[in-house]
Design a protein around this ligand. Structure first.
Ligand SMILES: *Cc1c(COP(=O)(O)O)cnc(C)c1O
Length: 398
C-alpha cells in the first residue's frame, strides 16, 4: 500500500492539485491569496525570535509569503526537490541561480543553444563582472570536457533547446560537471517538470519560466529555482533576500491554479504535437520537421532515455526561406503569431527575425536557425482544426 501521508508518494496529477496547500482557519477550498507585503507580531519578543530564526513564521514578502510558499512547495513535490525560491519571471530565476554562486575569476560553461536572454546573461552580463564563459555545442560531450578550467563553477544548459529542439545528455553532462567540481543548472522549460526530471538525472539546480506551461494560459510571468536544501541555504538564500527577485503573491496564486491543470494540458498538447509533426513531416512544402517525441528525431534514443514525453513544441522548415515562412504565418487563421510558448493557444514564431535576431548569421546557421524555420507551440485547440489551419497556410506559401 502506498503511504499517502507522504506527498512525495503521490502521482503528479494528485500533487499538483493538493501539494503544498496551507489552509487558513477559515478552511477555504481554493488556495488563499495573501496579498500582503508584511506580517505583524504578537509581541516584541516574537518579532525578535522570528528575526533570530527561533520562531517559525513569515517576516516580509520579499523573503517569503504564504501564497508564494504554497507554489514553491507544490513545485518541490512535483520536481522531487527539497527546497525552492519562486521568482518574478523565468529570467529572474536564471539570473539568480547563476549569479548567486559565482564571483569574479570564476568560469561558466554553457550550451550555445539557449533562450536569447539566457545567452545574454552568460555571454554579456557575467563577463562584465569578470566571470568568463565558454559556449559549447551542447550535444558534444567532448566539447564540454575540453571547456573545463580549474575555476569552472557552473555548467548551464537547456534541453530540448530553443528553437531547434536538440537535446543535451543531462546525466552525462552532470557527471562531467561533478568531476570538475561544478554545479549543473538545467533550464527545463521546454520539457516541463512532467516530462523530464533533471534532478533525478543528476543536475544540481533546476530553473523554470513558470510563464510558460505552468501558467499555461498566457496570464502572468513567474519563475522558480529548485534544488537541495543545502544549496538553497548556502548559495541562494541571502542573494535572493537582498536582491529581491521575488514572485508577487497574486502571480503565485494564478500559477498555483495553473499547476492543477498542468498534467491534463501537457498530455493533450503533447498528443496533438505528435500528430502535427506527422502531418508536417509528410507535407511536400516542409523540408524538415523536428519533434523530440518522434522516431525521426536525430537523438530519439536520448529522448527515450531522459524524457517521458516529446514536449508540446515542434519546429519545421518550409521550402522558400523567409518569404515562404512569412506568407505561412500571415495566412494562419487559428494559430497566432507570438514569441511566447506553452499557452493554451497555439503560437508560431519565426526565430531568425524575432527571438534569435540578435545572433550573427553564422551563429544562426550553426544553431540550425534557417530563414525558413518556424517554431510551433501547440495549444489546446482541436487537432483537426490545427491541421486544417497549417494546411491552408502551407498552400499560401506559393
Ligand atoms: C521564456 C523562457 C525563459 C525566460 O522566462 P520569462 O518568464 O520570460 O522571464 C527562460 N528560458 C526559457 C527556455 C524560456 O522559454
Amino acid at each position: 500500500m502506498t503511504d499517502l501521508s507522504n506527498p512525495a508518494n503521490w502521482n503528479p496529477a494528485t500533487a499538483l492539485v493538493h501539494g503544498g496547500t496551507l489552509r487558513s482557519p477559515f478552511g477555504e477550498t481554493s488556495e488563499a491569496l495573501y496579498l500582503t507585503q508584511g506580517f505583524v507580531y504578537d509581541s516584541a519578543e516574537s518579532a525578535e525570535a522570528r528575526f533570530k530564526g527561533d520562531e517559525e513564521g513569515f517576516i516580509y514578502s520579499r523573503y517569503a509569503n504564504p501564497t508564494v510558499h504554497m507554489f514553491e512547495q507544490r513545485m518541490c513535490v512535483l520536481e522531487g526537490a527539497e527546497d525552492a525560491r519562486a521568482t518574478a519571471s523565468g529570467m529572474a530565476a536564471v539570473a539568480s541561480a547563476i549569479g548567486c554562486q559565482v564571483k569574479t575569476g570564476d568560469h561558466i560553461v554553457a550550451a550555445k543553444a539557449l533562450f536569447g536572454s539566457c545567452r545574454w546573461v552568460i555571454e554579456t552580463l557575467m563577463p562584465a563582472y569578470g566571470i568568463e564563459c565558454t559556449l559549447v555545442d551542447g550535444k558534444d560531450l567532448d566539447a564540454w570536457k575540453r571547456a573545463v578550467r580549474p575555476e569552472t563553477r557552473v555548467f548551464f544548459l537547456e534541453s530540448p533547446t530553443n528553437p531547434t529542439l536538440e537535446l543535451c545528455d543531462i546525466a552525462a553532462i552532470a557527471d562531467l560537471a561533478h568531476e570538475s567540481g561544478a554545479k549543473l543548472v538545467v533550464d527545463n522549460v521546454f520539457a516541463t517538470p512532467l516530462q523530464q526530471k533533471p534532478l533525478a538525472l543528476g543536475a544540481d539546480i533546476v530553473v523554470y519560466s513558470a510563464t510558460k506551461h505552468i501558467d499555461g494560459q498566457g496570464r502572468c510571468l513567474g519563475g522558480i529555482v529548485l534544488s537541495d536544501k543545502a544549496w538553497i541555504e548556502e548559495s541562494l538564500h541571502d542573494y535572493f533576500r537582498h536582491t529581491g527577485p521575488s514572485l508577487s503573491p497574486f502571480n503565485a496564486w494564478v500559477l498555483l491554479k495553473g499547476l492543477e491543470t498542468l498534467p491534463v494540458r501537457v498530455r493533450q498538447q503533447t498528443a496533438t504535437a505528435q500528430k502535427l509533426c506527422r502531418y508536417l513531416a509528410s507535407h511536400p512544402k516542409v523540408t524538415r520537421a523536428i519533434y523530440p517525441g518522434d522516431a525521426s528525431h536525430p537523438q530519439a534514443d536520448l529522448a527515450n532515455r531522459q524524457m517521458s514525453g516529446g514536449s508540446t513544441l515542434l519546429a519545421f522548415e518550409v521550402e522558400g526561406g523567409k518569404a515562404a515562412a512569412f506568407a505561412f504565418e500571415n495566412a494562419l487563421r487559428i494559430v497566432r503569431i507570438s514569441n511566447n510558448l506553452g499557452d493554451a493557444k497555439s503560437l508560431v514564431t519565426h526565430p531568425a527575425t524575432t527571438t534569435h535576431k540578435n545572433l550573427s548569421a553564422e551563429d544562426q546557421i550553426e544553431l540550425g536557425i534557417s530563414p525558413g524555420l518556424l517554431r510551433l507551440s501547440v495549444g489546446l485547440e482541436h487537432e483537426d482544426d490545427l491541421i486544417a489551419d497549417l494546411d491552408q497556410a502551407l498552400a499560401a506559401t506559393g
